[in-house]
Design a protein around this ligand. Structure first.
Ligand code: FES
Ligand code: FES
Length: 156
């Protein structure tokens, strides 16, 4: 089935099984490998992307549901000032260790700050509650969100 959608602001067309996940379409069919596969069943958030501006688990979304929609991944977000703000904050706070959760975390923090430019610690922890990190203990990622909010003042 031909599926047409916007990927990082570019119109793309793929011809795939309509039940193939968005994640496997991105990584396998399109060789966009920034989005990671962890659990493959909606539990870890490693595969987080934005779909029509909303944070979703790409492993749980059949590509047929993406028809006509707008997908943003780390490949696109890192080209933007806001994306760089989040990435730099994660680096500054040492919120990147093995890096496996990082693409999903960047998307989750971006989605949070877009909705709430001055989030409380509770709001930050709630926003990343669907994104598992085995390395950092989350404190450094929470700190990164605070840094991104502060340094990106006026950006969000
Ligand atoms: S790989 Fe999608 S939620 Fe874990
Ligand atoms: S940095 Fe290793 S899982 Fe988060």
């Amino acid at each position: 089935m031909k599926i047409e959608f916007y990927l990082n602001s570019h119109l793309v067309v793929v011809d795939v099984d309509p039940m193939q996940s968005l994640l496997h379409t991105l990584r396998g069919t399109m060789s966009h490998t920034a989005t990671k596969e962890g659990c493959g069943e909606g539990e870890c958030g490693a595969c987080s992307v934005l779909f029509n501006g909303r944070l979703v688990n790409a492993c749980m979304m059949p590509i047929s549901q993406v028809q006509g929609g707008d997908v943003m991944t780390l490949e696109g977000l890192r080209q933007t000032e806001k994306g760089q703000c989040v990435i730099n904050a994660l680096l500054e706070a040492k919120g990147v260790q093995c890096g496996f959760c990082t693409p999903g975390m960047v998307l989750a923090l971006y989605a949070l700050l877009e909705a709430d430019p001055n989030p409380t610690e509770l709001a930050i922890r709630t926003a990343i509650s669907g994104n598992l990190c085995r390395c950092t203990g989350y404190g450094m990622i929470v700190e990164a969100a605070k840094i991104a909010a502060e340094k990106g003042e006026g950006l969000w």
